[in-house]
Design a protein around this ligand. Structure first.
Ligand code: PFF
Length: 453
């Protein structure tokens, strides 16, 4: 199929463009907020080693598989799974993998956009000097008042969704590629600037130590499973985003090489985020393990009191907003591509329909922080339930299914042809990882999240 089918959506103009787009999808809230925090809690360097192993042994093989499936058909995830199932003469039910992926994207974006809206609001708060000389209590007051106001959260959620859809509606070349070409260099540049600042703080070495000191005594079986879950979320795996980005990839580009590069950049960005956040936290005698509040409740205290904090506060939340934006366009693209491919919608109509559904769903997350904060199902608010359902269940199950499909269902000659590795041993290695290591590991994560293990 390679080279014979054309996508109707357009293609990445080069290998570099694909790397930028896939990296943009990978680098997001997961890297800048979650990775530093969970690393700190799970033994620092020891956790980083396990995480790197997960990225290498599970993340990269599954990323290769997802890209390969998408590129083979040049279609959205649902049609991709349908066509490839037919090609392999397999059970029709495999197309549910595509459905689950498209749905997971919409569900994740519905809450991702609300949190990204917080980041955008904090750019303005930093700019208007809300944090200047504020103590911990005042900063907490600002945060609580903000998330307690449905109108404010709806405003920022709407703005973020609108920005996402305005990019997506312009298509692959003029929208997605144009956006990542302009936003990603800015993101890297700002991060380097922030790192430069962090290196001048008194707490830099303490931060370095916290992040890289391998304290194996803190490493539990739980940490290993957390590292695996994080590898999935951060690489955007298991939900068709990588598949749909792969479908816009030309046949001449090496899937293996690009996957390794994307995973490496994503990991470097996560480490950079830790190297920026922890030194600032330590310099100001703050606590690194404050969870979801770390970025919104702790860092502003530091920005409010440090030299240049006004500018660095603005830059930090800008980085977070940009990172979230280049991820959110990847979250909605599978749904948009499917509406165009299968329902015959124009791209505009597809964007309005999928954007509206996502926006509406997002209201549930907005309200779960205020007027619905007491409404709980299985002891979780709407937002917590959605987060659990998508990140902990849908992505691992999707990843497992993709690994099994690529390893066991797809004909060997097809995956061999599509991956087109220069060396037979590389292909053997991938085949071993995708057939045995990745499914077994993901199965363990799954057992863990449902509480069996
Ligand atoms: N990888 C993103 C992050 O780390 O924040 C989250 C994400 C984006 C997941 C796109 C899935 C996806 F398709």
């Amino acid at each position: 199929m390679t080279g014979t089918t054309k996508t109707i959506h357009g293609e990445w103009s080069s290998r570099f463009a694909f790397i930028l787009a896939a990296t943009g999808s990978a680098v997001g809230l997961g890297n800048i907020w979650k990775f530093p925090y969970i690393t700190g809690e799970n033994g620092g360097g020891a956790f980083v080693i396990v995480y790197l192993l997960c990225v290498a042994l599970i993340g990269i093989p599954i990323m290769m598989a997802e890209t390969m499936l998408g590129r083979r058909t040049r279609q959205d995830p649902i049609n991709t799974m349908e066509q490839l199932t037919e090609e392999a003469g397999a059970d029709k039910n495999w197309h549910y993998v595509g459905w689950a992926g498209v749905s997971a994207g919409v569900l994740i974006l519905s809450y991702y956009s609300v949190i990204a809206g917080w980041a955008s609001a904090y750019v303005i708060k930093a700019f208007t000097g809300s944090f200047s000389n504020a103590n911990a209590e005042a900063i907490k007051g600002i945060f609580d008042a903000f998330i307690g106001s449905p109108m404010q959260l709806i405003f920022w959620h709407s703005l973020f969704m609108a920005a996402t859809m305005l990019i997506v509606v312009r298509g692959v070349s003029n929208g997605l590629e144009y956006a990542v070409r302009h936003l990603m260099p800015g993101l890297f540049g700002l991060m380097i600037l922030l790192l430069g600042y962090a290196m001048t703080t008194d707490g830099y070495f303490q931060g370095l130590h916290f992040l890289f000191n391998p304290d194996f005594s803190k490493l539990t079986s739980d940490s290993v499973l957390t590292a695996m879950g994080q590898a999935f979320f951060t690489l955007s795996l298991g939900m068709g985003a990588v598949m749909v980005y792969g479908s816009y990839l030309t046949a001449d580009i090496s899937i293996a090489k690009t996957s390794v590069i994307i995973a490496a950049i994503d990991t470097i960005v996560a480490l950079l985020a830790g190297l920026i956040i922890f030194p600032i936290v330590f310099t100001h005698g703050l606590h690194p393990d404050s969870g979801p509040g770390l970025i919104f409740k702790t860092l502003p205290i530091a920005f409010g009191s440090m030299t240049g904090g006004w500018l660095f506060g603005i830059l930090f939340f800008l980085v977070l907003t940009i990172a979230a934006l280049t991820s959110s366009i990847a979250l909605i693209e599978p749904a948009v591509a499917w509406l165009v491919d299968s329902k015959g919608y124009t791209r505009e109509k597809a964007c309005i329909a999928s954007g509206l559904v996502t926006w509406l769903l997002g209201l549930g997350t907005v309200f779960s922080f205020n007027i619905w904060s007491d409404v709980k199902l299985f002891d979780r608010t709407f937002f917590e339930l959605l987060d659990y359902l998508t990140a902990n269940l849908m992505l691992p199950i999707g990843g497992f299914a993709i690994a099994v499909f690529a390893g066991w269902i797809m004909k060997r000659q097809h995956s061999e042809q599509e991956l087109n590795m220069p060396n037979a041993q590389y292909y053997q290695l991938w085949k071993f990882l995708i057939c045995y290591v990745a499914p077994a590991a993901v199965f363990l994560v799954f057992l863990h999240v449902v509480g069996v293990l």
